[in-house]
Design a protein. Structure first.
Length: 259
């Protein structure tokens, strides 16, 4: 019988004291930087510091209560959680097909390995949505530059755009190491094939490559805005120099005529 397997991303990251607070309320086990929360024998939650948790056979009431409890420890909480639904069952051979995970065994280490891939997947979705939204919001910049030779923003608006673009790029780059193979598998290498197979199924590697290219687009937008800002400043200085030269010429003529 299939059981529910659902991953949630609810914020950019959790506060440093989150694992400690969760451990005071629930029975937990820490594996490297991954916290296993045991609701009961059937229901398990795998919690990651970067704002994500994965629920194994957890009913709606317990999921809702846990999410509400975590709300006090969220940094940069999302307006709406990102949710990815799968199912799982226990059989002899490990596999994944049509969003159904078939576990080769019911050990907590197998669940951690699978959860790590699912957590990276949902974190990648967060990055993808953030980058895509940023590119869409700024898509007029290259068009304006191509049509009019300049960007239709004043100095303050340009500076704000640069700040927002840089912030998005920095946030993605700052958390990029989350998509690397976790240290958990250094200690439990026999479970790494679970992680790798799920990651291949979710196409994580190629999606990271696409994300890298989109981050490059944001860098290009930053360069365009910076160049425009520098050009405006240079033009401003040129006009000041021209005006000063003009004033000097007028004063020279005035002095020559009325001397």
């Amino acid at each position: 019988m299939d059981k529910n397997l659902i991953s949630y991303a609810i914020c950019s990251r959790f506060k440093t004291e989150t694992f400690e607070q969760v451990s005071q309320r629930y029975k937990t086990t820490l594996h490297k930087d991954i916290l296993v929360v045991n609701i009961d024998k059937e229901q398990t939650i795998i919690l990651f510091q970067y704002g994500v948790y994965v629920c194994w056979s957890v009913n709606f009431e317990n999921t809702k209560f846990f999410q509400d409890f975590l709300g006090d420890f969220c940094l940069e909480p999302f307006k709406q959680p990102i949710v990815e639904q799968f199912s799982y069952e226990i059989k002899d051979q490990f596999n994944i097909n049509f969003d159904q995970v078939i576990l080769g065994d019911d050990s907590i280490f197998a669940k951690i390995a699978v959860s790590t891939s699912l957590a990276q997947n949902i974190k990648l979705i967060e990055f993808e949505e953030k980058i895509e939204s940023t590119i869409d919001k700024n898509s007029k910049i290259p068009t304006q530059l191509a049509q009019y030779g300049k960007i239709n923003l004043n100095k303050k608006e340009t500076a704000k755009k640069i700040g927002k673009l840089f912030l998005v790029k920095s946030r993605v780059n700052l958390h990029y190491d989350l998509l690397d193979t976790p240290e958990f598998f250094w200690e439990y290498p026999q479970y790494e094939h679970y992680y790798e197979k799920i990651s291949r199924y979710l196409d994580i590697k190629s999606r990271i490559e696409v994300l890298n290219k989109k981050v490059e687009i944001i860098q290009e937008l930053l360069d365009m805005l910076s160049n425009e800002q520098n050009h405006r400043y240079s033009s401003f200085l040129e006009w000041i120099i021209i005006i000063l030269i003009g004033v000097e010429i007028v004063m020279g003529l005035w002095e020559h005529i009325f001397k």
